[in-house]
Design a protein around this ligand. Structure first.
Ligand SMILES: Nc1ncnc2c1ncn2[C@@H]1O[C@H](COP(=O)(O)OP(=O)(O)OP(=O)(O)O)[C@@H](O)[C@H]1O
Length: 126
């Protein structure tokens, strides 16, 4: 994998994730762990699993796309690890969840008020 991003060794990945201590998600490529870079920057470390539904090519495409495209609403790729079988992508950590969580939260905000008043309707008198 050729990239202008920082290349990390596997031991650096182990260090930053504190030996894969905390899982923050599980996606198509495999598990995502929280990490700390240079003692203060939180990162999300996405490990490519051998049983991944998406393969190494898709993993490379995601990295290459983020190398070309930069936008304030798009997560930044900080680096990668490509050491034999070990493939990992290191991203800036997004504190506010993903787009799906945001969309779901907005949907709940829209739907809930529609239901609440109906529970408070006075009972019909016959
Ligand atoms: N940069 C990040 N910061 C914080 N959490 C993240 C970050 N990247 C991924 N995650 C967490 O890990 C989960 C899995 O992310 P991942 O990108 O691997 O898969 P996905 O976007 O859910 O789906 P897929 O890979 O199948 O398209 C996310 O839902 C999120 O909770």
């Amino acid at each position: 994998m050729k990239s202008k991003h920082q290349r990390f060794s596997y031991s650096e990945i182990l260090n930053m994730t504190d030996n894969f201590k905390t899982i923050i998600g599980d996606g198509g490529f495999g598990k995502v762990y929280i990490g700390i870079l240079q003692e203060h920057t939180q990162v999300a470390v996405k490990m490519l699993s051998t049983s991944s539904k998406q393969g190494y090519k898709e993993f490379q495409s995601e990295a290459q796309l983020l190398t070309i495209v930069h936008h304030r609403n798009l997560v930044s790729l900080m680096g990668y690890c490509d050491e034999g079988e070990i493939k990992a992508l290191v991203y800036e950590y997004m504190t506010n969840g993903n787009l799906q969580q945001h969309l779901f939260a907005s949907l709940v905000t829209l739907i809930v008020p529609l239901h609440v008043p109906s529970a408070e309707q006075p009972k019909a008198k016959f």
